[in-house]
Ligand binder design. Structure first.
Ligand code: GLN
Length: 489
């Protein structure tokens, strides 16, 4: 068997496992060896446990060899972003304040994942509490982009994107509050998908902004993304915002759903200032669809440019409330300097949170404070509604929208850390989708002259993930971009 099992897709590996050309133990060894070989450069992982993963791989082989029922991802390694809790494992949110927190329970996404026979492989790095677009706000380490280790991998799920791109896992789970799956997927040249709000349980997802957060899949191809989405989605009574209606079975739908599609191009996502290489790649992607017989229609999403201010009011307001629980009293970091009760709060939070998290807590507390609530938070909620309506109107004419995922390709470490606003602007093409609660996927659509990946974003309609995946797959099959790997040894 070729050595590069670690670069295969879950779909390919499933066949190899089923025909017994490969065992789950061989696959796990390949991923472990690859991680050992390159993670010094990529720094995607916070923790791995090879013995435990191999034990699970052996159990998967036993199930297969003895003819027991197999789950759809049986024997496939999946890495986990450090904010999705896993029983008995540290869940730090890449923050000092949760440095020693070990989860006593499994998140629903983990329970669902285990039920598919997948092997949880390592906890991956992220921006602290998922606040950021470069993974530079992690308290522990800076993850590098496998395509150019002098560049950031995107964020906040930078560890997830980087380890899929580098062959250090087959699949990964991340979370997306304002673009944190799609943007790093774009910057690392992999597939990343944000589901419709409510389709994947948030139980055991450490909260950043509860009305926006969703767990979602990272993979190398669209079919794998659909499989992982199917694995983790479903109603969960433990999450009061969980959707209780029908969620499409996307893996099967991919076999049936076919274009040509009606696709919208929102003018607002192609400003004059757009990076010319990104414009060219996305225009070429639109042409691919045109050649497949799709109808391409220009649409307007007039409230697009209000999304950044609205997001940074709503997300910070929710964060300031969600992060109030880290008090230094219970399971969090406690300052050694504290000499009285008040000190415990102030000093523990002061030492435990990084600068970006503090900035968000302060902003959020301000917009919620009496006298300002109406002017900021309430108004932001009203504008959020207008943003939702923009999408609803567009979807009366089209099946999905095509846009770039990220305004810039991967940038150098430190390039955007001086001014937080420049970092926040990384999200202008992704946060609208979270505010509207709809699904979207980013997939590779080319490389820049500097050999850095470019992402195409397909934005779909609520609860029509089956169609979204089918549309993305139609582009993927027309090119080999998804087969490209970084030159990393
Ligand atoms: N970059 C955005 C932020 O910093 C989005 C993060 C996310 O989706 N978790 O808030």
């Amino acid at each position: 068997m070729s050595e590069d099992l670690f670069y295969k897709t879950a779909t390919e590996l499933r066949n190899l496992l089923d025909t017994k050309e490969v065992s789950a133990v061989e696959l796990m060894h390949s991923v472990i060896d690859r991680t050992e070989a390159v993670d010094d450069q990529v720094k995607a992982y916070l923790d791995t446990n090879a013995d435990e993963a191999l034990e699970q791989a052996r159990a998967s082989d036993e199930r297969r060899n003895s003819g027991q029922a197999l789950g759809p991802l049986d024997g496939i390694p999946v890495s986990i972003k450090d904010l999705i809790v896993e029983k008995g494992k540290k869940a730090r949110c890449a923050s000092r304040i949760l440095e020693n927190f070990i989860s006593p329970y499994d998140s629903t996404a983990m329970v669902n994942l285990r039920n598919t026979g997948a092997i949880p492989w390592g906890r991956v790095n992220m921006d602290e509490f998922a606040m950021g677009s470069s993974t530079e706000t992690s308290y522990f380490k800076k993850t590098a982009n496998p395509w150019d280790t002098g560049c950031i991998p995107g964020g906040s799920s930078g560890g997830s994107a980087a380890c899929v791109a580098a062959g250090e896992t087959i699949l990964s789970l991340g979370s997306d509050t304002g673009g944190s799956i799609r943007q790093p997927a774009a910057l690392c040249g992999v597939v990343g998908m944000k589901p419709t709000y409510g389709t994947v349980s948030r139980y055991g997802l450490i909260a950043f902004a509860s009305s926006l957060d969703q767990i979602g899949p990272f993979s190398r191809c669209v079919e794998d993304s659909a499989m992982l989405f199917d694995a983790i989605s479903g109603h969960d009574p433990l999450d009061s915002t969980s959707y209780s209606g029908n969620i499409p079975d996307c893996t099967n739908a991919l076999k049936e759903k076919k274009g040509p599609w009606k696709l919208g191009i929102p003018r607002e996502y192609f400003p004059d200032s757009l990076d010319p290489e990104i414009r060219t790649a996305v225009d070429a992607a639109i042409d691919t669809y045109r050649q497949q017989g799709c109808e391409i229609i220009e649409v307007d999403l007039p409230h697009t440019d209000l999304a950044i201010p609205v997001y940074y009011i709503i997300a910070t307001a929710e964060a300031s409330s969600n992060l109030a629980r880290y008090d230094g009293i219970r399971y969090t970091h406690r300052s050694e300097e504290a000499t009285n009760a008040l000190d415990i709060y102030f000093k523990s939070r002061g030492e435990g949170f990084g600068e970006e998290v503090k900035r968000r807590i302060i902003l959020g507390s301000f917009v919620l404070s009496s006298g300002y609530f109406d002017a900021y938070y309430l108004r932001a909620q009203k504008v959020r509604n207008l943003i939702r309506k923009d999408f609803n109107q567009a979807f009366q004419k089209v099946d999905a929208l095509l846009t770039p995922t990220s305004p810039p390709p991967a940038f150098k470490f430190g390039e955007r850390t001086d001014n937080p606003i420049t970092m926040y602007l990384s999200d202008i093409f992704t946060i609208n989708v979270n505010l509207a609660g709809i699904p979207a996927i980013s997939l590779p659509c080319g490389l820049t002259g500097d050999n850095l990946p470019i992402g195409l974003q397909v934005i779909g309609q609520a609860l029509k993930e089956d169609e979204l995946f089918a549309i993305a797959r139609d582009f993927e099959q027309a090119h080999d971009y998804w087969k490209l790997h970084p030159d990393l040894r």
